[in-house]
Design a protein around this ligand. Structure first.
Ligand SMILES: *Cc1c(COP(=O)(O)O)cnc(C)c1O
Length: 350
């Protein structure tokens, strides 16, 4: 345990627009009129802060939260009803199953082995993941008749789409068909198939619960969702120092940028250790008073140098990093999922 000494706030912060987050959830909820939208809050709510997001969405009326790990369930268990939290990886050990039982958190059962672990721990309400074609976690269709599954008390029968962001992929309809078939074979209270992009594939994909993640946080996985989704995340960092460059001066590791004229530059407190990867070297930009300030040279671990141009920005001022997810994905070659989940632990999320 680290000593409990409070320190001054970090010179970098992640602004989370709570209203936009809740607005996105409501929009996704409305897009599936027969179903309720849940929320995928795994991986620290895609890097945005699981506690902030869970509290905001629970207050807005969200009733189903999906995490990957048991640790992630523990982190939010005081903010949502324990039985509203589903752990997607399921019980890998008897201890996992026991923990779920004692805290009332719902496991997602992904295999016959996990079903046995759950029975041995005493069982109770759970969810069942069926693999319909992504070949990731989930019970194969061929195993659905196994007696060990017949004894499960299944709340949500889930499956997960491989290509929901490609509306014309034949895999979508094939998976939807198998999911419908699985629902016919198993007894369950509710069914769920759609992630963010799956929601706009239509009512046949909705069941009773949808599981958006990316779109909650401002990601736009497919064009059909674009009109409904607002940006949520705005990274900001402090200017630690302002420097004057002379023509011929270089900037940063390996001197990849050379000034050809006198320049005012700012050293900003964000680097690849914060998830602002080297792919942004010479390519990213920040903003002060709406004016774009291009990144110069290499991104360092904890710092980035930007061209202050004729802006009035000074030491101690905060700049906003250009991080519009769809555009940033195109510019960086990273996926919108990676751009979010990369954001590390040094940010103050507010
Ligand atoms: C991550 C995840 C989701 C959310 O997917 P998005 O594409 O981010 O909307 C839904 N369901 C499962 C099983 C997941 O693992």
């Amino acid at each position: 345990m680290a000593p409990d000494i409070s320190a001054p706030p970090a010179p970098l912060r992640l602004r989370i627009d709570r209203q936009a987050l809740v607005g996105n959830w409501r929009a996704l909820d409305r897009l599936s009129p027969g179903a309720r939208a849940g929320a995928a809050v795994k991986a620290n709510a895609y890097g945005t802060g699981a506690r902030i997001v869970t509290a905001a969405l629970a207050e807005a009326g969200c009733q189903d939260f999906f995490v990957a790990h048991w640790q992630e369930a523990a982190e939010i268990v005081d903010l949502a009803a324990p039985d509203a939290i589903a752990v997607l990886h399921g019980p890998a050990t008897a201890a996992d199953a026991q923990w779920a039982r004692s805290h009332g958190v719902r496991p997602v059962i992904n295999s016959l082995h996990q079903a046995r672990l759950w029975h041995e721990a005493g069982g109770g309400p759970c969810h069942l993941m069926v693999d319909t074609g992504i070949n990731r976690l989930g019970v194969p269709m061929a195993d659905l008749g196994d007696p060990v599954l017949a004894g499960l008390d299944i709340d949500i029968l889930l499956s997960h789409l491989a290509s929901a962001d490609e509306a014309d992929s034949p895999l979508n309809a094939a998976q939807q068909r198998r999911w419908t078939e699985a629902r016919g074979q198993m007894t369950c209270l509710r069914a769920s198939l759609a992630n963010s992009a799956g929601i706009v594939l239509g009512a046949a994909y909705h069941g009773q619960v949808t599981r958006p993640g990316l779109a909650l946080y401002g990601g736009v996985p497919c064009a059909a969702l674009a009109p409904y989704i607002c940006p949520v995340v705005q990274p900001q960092a402090m200017i630690l120092q302002v420097r004057a460059l002379k023509p011929g001066d270089s900037v940063g590791y390996n001197a990849t940028f050379h000034a050809t004229r006198p320049m005012r530059v700012g050293v900003v407190s964000v680097g690849y250790a914060d998830g602002y990867l080297r792919t942004w070297s010479g390519r990213g930009s920040a903003r002060f008073d709406g004016v774009a300030l291009p990144v110069l040279g290499r991104i360092s671990m904890d710092m980035t140098v930007i061209d202050l141009g004729s802006s009035a920005a000074r030491e101690g001022d905060w700049v906003s990093i250009d991080y519009d997810l769809p555009a940033a994905a195109v510019a960086s070659g990273l996926s919108q999922y990676e751009l979010l989940t990369l954001l590390g632990t040094r940010w103050t999320r507010e």
